[in-house]
Design a protein around this ligand. Sequence first.
Ligand SMILES: Nc1ccn([C@@H]2O[C@H](COP(=O)(O)OP(=O)(O)OP(=O)(O)O)[C@@H](O)[C@H]2O)c(=O)n1
Ligand SMILES: [Mg+2]
Length: 460
Amino acid sequence: MADINFEAILKDIKPTETEKKRVMELSNELIKNLNETAASIGAEAEAVLVGSVAKSTWLAGKADIDIFMEFSLETEESYLKRCGLKLGHNCIKTMGGTAEERYASHPYVTGSIEGYEVDFVPCYYIEDASQLKSAVDRTILHTQYIKKHLKRDQADEVLLLKRFMECVGTYGSEFKVGGFSGYLCELMVLEYGSFMGVLEAASTSWRYGQVIDLENYGTAELFKDPMVAVDPVDKNRNVAAALGLQKMSEFVVASTNFLENPSESYFYPKDMVFDSGSIKEEFTERGTKTFILTFHPPNIPADAVYPQIRKTEKSIVKVAEKNGFEVAGSDSWTDEGHRAMILVEFETWKLPHMKKHMGPQIWFKEHQERFLEKYSGKAWVEGDRWVVEVPRTYESVESFFQGVLIPKKINYLRFGKHIKAEILKEHSVVDMKDFLEFTWDDEVLRFLHLYLNKNELLCR
Ligand SMILES: Nc1ccn([C@@H]2O[C@H](COP(=O)(O)OP(=O)(O)OP(=O)(O)O)[C@@H](O)[C@H]2O)c(=O)n1
Ligand SMILES: [Mg+2]
């Protein structure tokens, strides 16, 4: 490993003294503003800096400032929400920023202030997890735990790990990714000591259901997730609950690849070569037929959109297969604003007019009578079962899409009403070959390239 210059990488990914100073000054100013306003309106709330800025584990240029406003446990929830939003809005206004209200387990406000994204989240002041009233209350305890246990030089190890995760595509606990959260990365460094320690463990000893239990609570069996990281501040919570099997496995594979052939390029965005021409060629060579369904994503929070689009994708695949069209693969994408896309790649896209329909066994009289009445004279016997030839509902994938994405039929698909409404309002289904004739958007091409090259980000 001597050939990896971690110092040089850290120089690129660690915030400079100037950035640190700026972020800390701004954070302090915001906190002061919040506390002064709170005092002036007689609200008993205290602003606290949390998240990666408080823990010195943020990546250069990526400081999102997380500020929590603590209210005492006796505070009524409706007051906490109202007052929290008010303090946040007021602070953003005074600082000349722009505000956007969001919703986690309860509402909070995000501001864009001097180029930084700042979250203002009201919460309860708790001393330990047994007093927990809302899901965000743990965050302050997390910050304290990491500040207490993460050694100074281990913050660098966290930065290396977060950056590696970002560049191989496994960082982020939001639904869009389903990967590792910042806090989970920190706990992994505490467990395995260093960046290399984490990669070695992942590559050589991790198993499905891998447990990290820093405080030895012994509560891991409460959870059934692919990875269980018992929260050191709350034995009843799995910090890795949002981590899916896919991203966990991808991280294991990327770790192995890195250890076998270490390279600094794992810490920088992958250089990917593609254009609509090369993508079209790849799709053509596969000999499959691929369609893109495009529609407007519903106007709901990003964390709600992704699961809904994925559910739609899975449902379309399932119904297509039920209709006899074999599916080679599928994927989905959205810009979270104007466009959502579902890609379905078919192994079979044309089927004969006739379909064999299996009837009852010849041994049971009542069933047979009904069947034979319905298909009078057309049924025959195969083995001990009646069989009949019926016309197929959809003979081509095109007619399948036309047939199911209409008001009367869309309810056979199992997915959210928001997306159904959007699809019924407007959608298009286009053959990939035609789609690529008028697609230049780099983000869309990147999505298609990664669909065709699933291993791309995991190796260098
Ligand atoms: N799935 C999540 C997301 C967030 N948090 C808590 O909320 C804090 C702030 O969240 P976030 O900004 O997403 O994580 P950071 O640790 O700040 O990491 P970064 O912003 O660098 O990605 C985290 O430290 C953690 O205590 C959590 O417990 N579980
Ligand atoms: Mg953060």
